[in-house]
Design a protein around this ligand. Structure first.
Ligand SMILES: Nc1ncnc2c1ncn2[C@@H]1O[C@H](COP(=O)(O)OP(=O)(O)OP(=O)(O)O)[C@@H](O)[C@H]1O
Length: 618
């Protein structure tokens, strides 16, 4: 199985039995990452090679200083100043180049690793935003965060020691040539060390793969549970579920801890062996070297050189072990990243552009059906239109399909059958800009960013000056409360708008939609937290304004419903009645029953509010 960038990769393929090609997949992953950041890799690898070259050269310099300067000086009792200076200059020069190249190696490795991480995070974010609502519904936010963090980090982990390992490989090749030119017996010791090291790593990687996979999954799970708990902190507190929620989080965290300890245990068992092997090879080489020196096969300078070469090789060889040791987790992380990058089902946009216009749009549902991915058919044979400048109210019992219809109107989802048209164009054929310019959806649960009121209203859209924003605030009935905020439009609203009430947040998001001058406004119970009288005033205002948009509104309150030019009544995903509110009240009993029930509930709520106010006053 290959892992080209963006290829479909199922993390489940990494189950214990499917990791035979782990080394190949890990190396391919490294190859892909080098292609993303070739220059920093080149700098890091060049630095590493110069560094190792200098280290090897140092072996010769030390051999020469010991055998050519120190020993003769010791034997003759005198030493020439020029020779000493030359020795010092040689040692200093090689050391300075060695340390500078070490800096280049580290900088190259860092820039490469963090650069690839940033690139993948960008790709993942772009992908998340391109994927349809149905995909997001199946993937908890915490898991998505884990993909962009823990998985990206795991996938790129081998990059940190990679240039070092490349330099080491280069060093090994040069050292092997040097060993063979000096003495075949010493060369054989080195030759035996590398296959043993690779074999040990192969066993380690095979054992590590399933553990690394489980640990990555659990990281995502802990992130998902944590995100949900913190997100729902208010509910947890209000329902007194702190202990149960802590227990739920602890269970996931404990499982992750156990999995990580399992990973640690395996590392603890293998890493000393992987690190110790080169040290053992140094000892063996020293013994063999001494025997060869005594036998007269090598001289003192050669003995010092090979001994130093072996001892300086022992540490860098571990870098190869680090890269190999990080491969299992990196393959798992990469597969999880690719799982997102290769996810399909985007809402592809068309190429048709809606002609520029400020006139209200026409929305048409033509024999539309929609089934959720689980097969549940939420809408069937829905046919109706919202004529330009009119307001159509969607009314129906809970679960009858109103929100699904609103999402279709805003093209958050596409119908499974039938067509949704905007000004006569199939919405699937329209380009993104035309759709964004024309339609605005306001949902029941308002999302407010942790920013100022102004930034929340403008959302970075060009041309929205303060005058336009105030007009939108007036139309959304939000002008007074924004004027009363300490810093007006510059007031910071806090994370998710915590400093605002539910009704204020709703009006802010309505104003945000209106600021873009949409030609079609889709309101999915968008003013439910607003006082009923204010809600009616807002909707009446929208309807009467000179540049009125067409409005599709999911409505529950009788006064709101009565404002609509037409009511579309949904039952079980089908339209069972259509017409003006007054007419439906007379002719369609289920409609009359539902609206009366809404009215009764509203009256009871108002009574409770007044009663509580009076109690409070008393
Ligand atoms: N993501 C989903 N997956 C599967 N079924 C879904 C999903 N979302 C909604 N449904 C189902 O589709 C049907 C229509 O849901 P929808 O949210 O459109 O109803 P609604 O009329 O807006 O309800 P409410 O008034 O309670 O908001 C319901 O039966 C609901 O259970």
């Amino acid at each position: 199985m290959t892992l080209p960038t963006g290829a479909a990769a199922d993390p489940d393929d990494l189950a214990a039995g499917a990791d035979e090609h782990l080394l190949g997949r890990g190396l391919r992953n490294i190859g892909d990452m080098i292609r993303i950041k070739p220059k920093p890799f080149a700098v890091g690898a060049a630095g590493a090679m110069i560094n190792t070259g200098m280290t090897l050269l140092l072996s010769y310099v030390i051999g020469w200083v010991v055998a050519g300067i120190a020993v003769p000086a010791y034997e003759s009792g005198e030493v020439a100043l020029g020779t000493v200076l030359l020795g010092v200059a040689a040692l200093l020069g090689t050391s300075i180049i060695r340390f500078s190249s070490m800096c280049a190696r580290r900088i190259g490795a860092g820039v490469m690793q963090f650069g690839v991480q940033a690139e993948w995070r960008r790709r993942i974010t772009r992908r998340y935003l391109a994927l349809p609502v149905s995909w997001h519904q199946k993937h908890p936010t915490g898991t998505l965060l884990s993909n962009a963090n823990a998985d990206v980090e795991a996938a790129t982990r081998p990059l940190a020691p990679l240039p070092f390992a490349c330099g080491t490989l280069f060093m090994v090749v040069v050292a092997m040539i040097a060993f063979f030119t000096i003495d075949w017996a010493i060369a054989l010791v080195a030759l035996g060390m590398f296959p043993a090291l690779f074999a040990l790593n192969a066993v380690f990687a095979t054992r590590m793969a399933p553990r690394a996979k489980r640990a990555q999954e659990l990281r995502a799970e802990v992130s998902a549970v944590g995100h949900e708990s913190f997100d729902g902190a208010l509910v947890v507190k209000a329902m007194g579920r702190e202990a149960a929620e802590t227990e739920r989080f602890s269970a996931s965290a404990t499982e992750l801890r156990d999995a990580m300890i399992g990973v640690g245990r395996l590392r603890a068992a293998f890493e000393p062996a992987i690190s110790g092997l080169p040290e053992i090879a140094v000892l063996v080489a020293l013994l063999v070297g001494l025997a060869r020196f005594e036998a007269g096969a090598i001289d003192l300078e050669q003995l010092v050189t090979v001994s130093f070469m072996f001892s300086v090789l022992a540490f860098p060889v571990r870098a190869i072990g680090w890269v190999l040791g990080d491969l299992p987790a990196s393959v798992v992380g990469r597969a999880r990243v690719d799982h997102v990058l290769s996810a399909t089902g985007d809402m592809a946009y068309g190429y048709e552009e809606l002609p520029p216009s400020t006139a209200p749009a026409r929305l048409e549902f033509d024999a539309v059906a929609y089934a959720y991915p689980d097969g549940h058919e939420a809408l069937r044979e829905v046919t109706f239109s919202v004529e330009p400048g009119t307001t159509v109210a969607l009314v129906g019992a809970t679960g009858s399909g109103k929100s699904t219809l609103a999402h279709l109107a805003a093209r958050l989802i596409d119908p499974t059958r039938g067509t949704v048209r905007l000004d006569g164009f199939d919405v699937r054929d329209l380009d993104h800009a035309s759709l964004a310019r024309t339609t605005a959806l306001v949902q029941q649960i308002p999302f407010v960013f942790d920013d100022t009121v102004r930034a929340n209203l403008a959302l970075g859209r060009p041309g929205l000056d303060d005058e336009r924003l105030w007009d939108a605030l007036v139309a959304a009935g939000a002008e007074k409360f924004v004027l009363n905020l300490d810093d007006g439009l510059d007031t910071e609203v806090g994370e998710r708008g915590t400093s605002l009430s539910g009704g204020q947040r709703q009006r802010l998001t309505l104003a945000r939609a209106l600021a873009g001058d949409p030609r079609l406004l889709v309101l999915d119970d968008a003013t439910s937290a607003v006082d009923p009288k204010v809600e009616s005033q807002i909707l009446a205002g929208l309807k009467d304004s000179s540049d009125a948009a067409s409005v599709l509104v999911v409505a529950y309150r009788r006064a709101t419903i009565a404002l609509a030019d037409e009511v579309v009544f949904l039952e079980g995903g089908r339209i069972t009645a259509r017409g003006p509110h007054a007419e439906l009240l007379r002719t369609h009993q289920p409609y009359a029953d539902l609206v009366t029930a809404y009215e009764r509930a509203e009256a009871e709520r108002e009574f409770d509010t007044e009663f509580n106010d009076e109690e409070g006053a008393a």
